[in-house]
Design a protein around this ligand. Structure first.
Ligand SMILES: *Cc1c(COP(=O)(O)O)cnc(C)c1O
Length: 420
């Protein structure tokens, strides 16, 4: 009996994803390629579920982290709901088999068309982010002769020390959520609108959060607000949506200690008599994926050492956009190291995966894995430099499936006049 291999692991044959050699996938599918481990996703899901224990809760996977249909179907099988931020994500979620009652609709700028689509799907909740959005949603629901279930996304105004300012969302003066001191007024407005049913409160304090404290601070503010709203009107709020943001390790930072998180949340929310929703994205899929790319060239220039790969910033934007750290390793035999910049072929100086990093001393033709690329990887890929987007592969145990085929040149121009 061999132990089940979960996620990316190294043996004498080189790097495996679950039990499948990464080199085999690269040979058969070409590069660059995103590779995901189904067992690693199941494992993270089970860890979080176990940590939350008896709490009355549901995990609504944040689709924007990785919206591939196969991943959505996998999470649906596990019992997850989803958190969406656009009509396109609603379309994907329904296609993957989710029901309206599985869906929470977040986002700071919903259009009327998106509201109509979500009302037609009868989504569980709209997380509403402003008074004006509330009024527009009320009008749309009225027009459609229906009622919209609403949770107010309140800005808890807790400052979070995430690794990058772009991933902080819950501080005072940010575009997200209703300002804390206006929440009561908006709640009163919601209670007065006949096509709105106010059913909950919501927050999302940021991303890559490794401490319980910001959740605790934010939730305490939301619970305080709940008491005031319920006291001011004869209403019971059913849902408390605490957002996502649980950190995973990229090896340069701490992961969330999920057991301690679960314990803390249970202590805080165990007996509040509300249904608690969580919207984890990165936590479930981040470390379950890698971007595998082939080394095109090595060169020295200006006293520096460059490794040029066939993947670029258009395939994985995070290093360029957030200055994010991704662990990099050779897929084949490792041994000697070198200090180099790992860069892509795109015509931008910001096109890099690592700068002055100690990495395996790979040569032209070798494969390297850029780890922790399961979240905010492929979903942020673009066609910049007219580069077809890579394929995506889902590994499960000893087999794999191509869940997105590599784009072709025809795909690049399909929507353009003259493009066929
Ligand atoms: C992005 C986002 C999430 C997921 O964030 P992660 O850091 O991937 O867990 C959850 N909820 C909302 C409203 C978001 O915008």
């Amino acid at each position: 009996m061999t132990a089940q291999r979960i996620g990316f692991n190294r043996t004498r044959e080189g790097l495996l994803c679950d039990a499948v050699p990464v080199e085999r996938i690269a040979k058969e599918c070409g590069t660059p390629v995103y590779i995901y481990s189904a067992s690693a996703i199941r494992d993270q899901y089970a860890r979080l579920e176990e940590a939350l224990g008896k709490l009355n809760h549901r995990l609504h996977y944040s689709v924007k982290a990785n919206s591939n249909l196969a991943i959505l179907k996998l999470l649906k099988e596990l019992g997850a709901g989803v958190d969406i931020v656009s009509g396109g994500e609603l379309y994907r979620a329904l296609l993957a088999g989710f029901k309206g009652s599985d869906i929470v609709f977040s986002g700071v700028g919903k259009t009327e068309r998106e509201m109509e689509e979500a009302l037609r799907a009868d989504v569980l909740l709209f997380n509403v982010e402003s008074d004006q959005e509330l009024q527009v949603l009320a009008e749309v629901a009225q027009r459609m002769n229906t009622r919209a279930r609403v949770a107010l996304r309140v800005n808890p105004e807790v400052m979070v020390d995430t690794p990058h300012p772009y991933t902080r969302t819950g501080g005072k003066g940010m575009k997200f959520g209703i300002a804390f001191d206006e929440a009561l007024i908006v709640a009163a407005a919601a209670l007065n609108l006949s096509s709105i049913e106010l059913v909950g409160l919501d927050m999302h304090v940021g991303s890559q959060i490794s401490q319980l404290a910001p959740y605790e601070a934010g939730l305490n503010r939301l619970l305080h607000l709940r008491t005031e709203i319920e006291r001011s009107a004869n209403v019971k709020l059913e849902y408390l949506d605490m957002g996502g943001g649980l950190a995973v390790s990229y090896e340069s930072n701490d992961a969330m200690d999920v057991e301690a998180f679960g314990k803390g949340i249970n202590t805080l929310l165990g007996d509040i008599g509300m249904r608690v929703l969580l919207e984890p994205g990165r936590f479930l899929v981040g470390n379950a994926g890698a971007l595998v790319t082939r080394v095109l060239y090595r060169k020295r220039s200006g006293g520096k050492n460059f490794i040029i790969t066939d993947a670029g910033m258009n395939d994985l934007l995070r290093p360029s956009h957030y200055n994010a750290y991704h662990r990099i390793e050779a897929v084949g035999q490792i041994g000697v190291g070198t200090i180099a910049d790992v860069v892509g072929p795109v015509c931008e100086s910001g096109d890099f995966f690592a700068i002055d990093r100690q990495v395996d001393d790979v040569v032209r033709g070798d494969l390297i894995a850029v780890h922790s690329a399961g979240a905010y990887g492929f979903v942020m890929a673009s066609n910049y430099n007219s580069r077809p987007r890579p394929s995506e592969v889902l590994v499960d145990g000893s087999s794999y499936t191509v869940v997105t085929r590599r784009e072709t040149y025809e795909d690049l121009v399909r929507a353009e006049q003259g493009g066929g």
